[in-house]
Design a protein around this ligand. Structure first.
Ligand code: SF4
Length: 208
């Protein structure tokens, strides 16, 4: 398109993501803008080619909580208006719980659990998902309650642990977890990769 049309479209896009005075901002430099404004502009750039799928990798990292909310609301609105799918990559479980229909949990490069957001958050199956959810601070807990953590460190991906990659950090690990990698098993609309999932009674594994 011509230079003039490109400029007009850029102004329209910046206005559509809530950037005030888009004409002036278009002549500015990134360091003259706040983190939230820069994020809005990045979203405008991502939307400029009318994608069917928007891949939002940590879209709210490094933003304060109020701006996080504005950015997520904006992404949500644009997604609905454009009938576009969105893949949201985030380590922030509250953002995921608020915005995802379906959740995929990954550990050390592998998918370890998948399912509708509500089901995964209320009844996690894979032990890593369970531990992650337990590590979310509970604001209603009494003062000085110790925060739950996942022991150990993320694995070395060059030489990942054998069997289930989570086994060195999993309090439920048994011999089988160390030697055999659990396959991603599906039932109905959920999948998990764990030999001893959280919602199966202990006795269900006898003989394995
Ligand atoms: S397969 Fe074993 S080590 Fe891995 S998450 Fe399940 S119980 Fe823990």
């Amino acid at each position: 398109m011509s230079r003039r049309r490109a400029r007009e479209q850029a102004e329209r896009l910046l206005a559509s993501v809530g950037v005030p005075e888009p004409r002036r901002v278009l002549r500015g430099y990134p360091h003259q803008l706040s983190g939230g404004m820069r994020q809005r502009i990045t979203i405008a750039m991502a939307l400029s080619c009318d994608p069917e799928v928007l891949f939002a990798d940590e879209p709210t990292t490094a933003l304060d909580v109020t701006v996080q909310k504005q950015i997520m609301r904006l992404l949500h609105r644009r997604r609905d208006e454009r009938d576009m799918a969105m893949v949201l990559v985030s380590h922030d479980l509250s953002v995921v719980a608020d915005h995802a229909d379906e959740v995929i949990v990954m550990y050390a490069g592998r998918i370890v659990e998948r399912g509708p957001a509500q089901a995964v958050f209320t009844t996690p199956r894979m032990r890593y998902t369970e531990a992650l959810l337990r590590a979310v601070p509970d604001l209603s807990a009494p003062n000085h309650t110790r925060l739950a953590v996942i022991d150990g460190r993320p694995p070395d991906l060059v030489a990942p642990p054998s069997g289930c990659r989570f086994h060195p950090r999993c309090p439920f690990a048994r011999e089988r977890c160390r030697s055999d990698e659990p396959p991603l098993t599906s039932a109905h609309d959920r999948s998990h990769a764990c030999w001893y999932p959280a919602d199966e009674p202990e006795g269900a594994h006898h003989g394995r």
